[in-house]
Design a protein around this ligand. Structure first.
Ligand SMILES: [Fe+2]
Length: 154
């Protein structure tokens, strides 16, 4: 890979994004997947970049992008917090299971993973994805996909 090349898309992530769209659970399911989970990951990526890199220009650009991504998350939360609590419990829980399954596909070991370095990265990825799911779970609860007093579906 050279500077200027575009890295090939992670096939696990691509499959997960396709799964998010391939649902009969309604627009709420798509908004949960994209505007809460995926946009939430976009904000996290920008925050991590700001913390790790010292180039002032990169940090300024990344900060501007992070504000935009945060608006996308805010839209998702505002839209869904009004709609999700009105859905039947069975419907909400199906959305939760669907989103979690998509997350598990994204968290799976890359198909092209080889060698010791790849194994370390894969372990780190699994730890990261597990930690991040807990944070998404909290966000999904906050916007009413799981209501107070309900146990999350398994
Ligand atoms: Fe976005």
């Amino acid at each position: 890979m050279r500077i200027g090349d575009i890295r090939p898309q992670d096939s696990q992530i691509a499959d997960s994004l396709d799964m998010l769209l391939d649902t009969s659970l309604g627009q709420e399911a798509v908004f949960v997947g994209y505007n809460v989970v995926l946009e939430g990951e976009a904000v996290k990526l920008q925050q991590d970049t700001i913390e790790r890199f010292t180039c002032p220009a990169l940090v300024r650009i990344t900060r501007a992008i992070s504000w935009d991504e945060a608006r996308h998350v805010s839209f998702g939360h505002a839209y869904l917090a009004d709609r999700l609590p009105k859905l039947e419990q069975g419907h909400r829980f199906e959305i939760y299971r669907h989103i979690k399954q998509c997350w598990e596909v994204a968290a799976a070991a890359p198909r092209d993973d080889t060698g010791a370095f790849g194994k370390i990265l894969t372990r780190k990825r699994a730890e990261y994805m597990n930690t991040r799911w807990h944070q998404h779970h909290r966000a999904l609860t906050k916007i009413g996909l799981i209501l107070p007093g309900e146990l999350p579906p398994t």
